[in-house]
Design a protein around this ligand. Structure first.
Ligand code: PLP
Length: 382
């Protein structure tokens, strides 16, 4: 049976399954984006996002995916800044490229999927830096980095901290203010359970001081222009109105569920996938160290040596489930299962069961059921 189109269960680490009421909200008639209705929608969404980010700072909503927010975070500080870019995966690498594009950048690099050495960051910071960039949850490797430790170092050395929270904010504990993060951002198509196309950026007073005096800022992603327009309940350029309707609905769903309950749910989903992988004899990709943890929004698993990733992907696809592969150097070596968005316990069990079936057919596991049973036990906690 070809079950790959309308009914496919998207287990990607973004875009994610979107709740029907969020999808429906996007089909509402357009409103005047310079009128009171949009003002109410924008004001309320920004206020709710402040609690999702756990920050007292401004949160701005940008037209554009996560990369737009990455570029805004770095580009708005001007072109004369010294950065330390921490990289242990593809998105850390992207921030490194952006910091080199807009300023001067020193990279602290760990092998993708391994822990960043805090001592190395400390040494780099001692040579002086205006800002540090760090990815909280490396979607490319399934690893969560310890932001708190890096935040403490940044405060000591008076450097700003820019945190990519694209696959963590709203799904993994990320208390922005408590950790001393100055600019944090997320994207709509991850933990918040929206379609792609919007990004949200929080900016601390310390960061505003730098932004306001920057000799040059990007035009379309000018955060000051966004902040000035937000005062009037607007965005500087035409907003993606249907996505704002979707955001309103998704934030309502989050409010009903509760942020902590959402974070717990994602955490149980991810730990059930990890437990199942272990029970099936699969190996998780991240090599944890003192400053890292397994991600609770995406699980990266080594492709078993007896199998090609393409066969695994195709087998899952045929059974109606879409999984992600590795990116760049990790292509063919790992596969990734996201667990954000509108997913149920049953969806998670189904994914594990289908994966186990494919491994059974490939002669990689002898017996069907160990992984699924293990996952079910973890899910019982919900
Ligand atoms: N940062 C992280 C951690 C991501 O996972 C992604 C996308 O997967 C991005 C940045 C880039 O976001 P986008 O693809 O929405 O531009």
């Amino acid at each position: 049976m070809d079950n790959t189109t309308e009914t496919a269960l998207i287990m990607l680490p973004g875009p994610v399954p979107v709740a029907p009421q969020v999808l429906r909200a996007m089909s509402k008639p357009m409103i005047n984006h310079r009128g009171p209705e949009f003002r109410k929608l924008l004001d309320e969404s920004r206020e709710k996002l402040r609690s999702v980010f756990k920050t007292e700072s401004d949160v701005l909503i940008l037209n554009g995916s996560g990369t737009c927010a990455m570029e805004a975070a770095v580009g708005n500080l001007g072109t004369d800044k010294k950065y330390i870019a921490l990289e242990n995966g593809k998105f850390g690498e992207r921030l490194k490229l952006l910091t080199a594009l807009y300023g001067s950048s020193t990279a602290v690099i760990a092998d993708w999927g391994t822990s960043i050495e805090v001592e190395q960051v400390k040494q780099a910071l001692e040579t002086g830096a205006d800002a540090v960039t760090l990815v909280h949850n490396e979607t490319s490797t399934g690893m969560t980095n310890d932001v708190q430790k890096i935040g403490a170092l940044c405060r000591k050395q008076d450097a700003l901290l820019i945190m990519d929270g694209v696959s963590s904010i709203g799904g993994i504990q990320a208390p922005i203010d408590k950790w001393g993060v100055d600019i944090a951002f997320t994207g709509s198509q991850k933990c918040l359970g929206l379609p792609p196309g919007l990004s949200m950026v929080s900016v601390s007073d310390r960061a505003w001081d730098v932004i306001k005096t920057a000799e040059r800022r990007p035009y379309y992603a000018d955060l000051l222009a966004y902040a000035e327009a937000a005062e009037k309940g607007q965005t500087p350029y035409t907003p993606a109105v249907p996505l704002f309707f979707a955001l309103e609905e998704a934030l309502k769903l989050l409010e009903v569920e509760g942020l902590e309950a959402r974070i717990d749910r994602y955490s149980v989903y991810a730990s059930s996938i990890r437990t199942a992988a272990h029970a099936m004899g699969l190996e998780l990709f991240p090599k944890l160290g003192p400053s890292s943890a397994y991600s609770n929004t995406v699980t990266a698993i080594n492709v078993p040596p007896e199998m090609e990733f393409a066969a695994l992907k195709e087998g899952m696809h045929r059974r109606g489930i879409v999984i992600a592969g590795g990116q760049e150097r990790l292509k063919g070596h790992i596969f990734r299962i996201g667990n954000m968005g509108n997913l149920s316990k049953g969806d998670i069990l189904q994914v594990v069961e289908k994966l186990e079936l494919i491994l059974l057919e490939g002669g990689i596991v002898d017996e069907m059921g160990a992984g699924t049973l293990a996952a079910d036990r973890v899910l019982e906690r919900l």
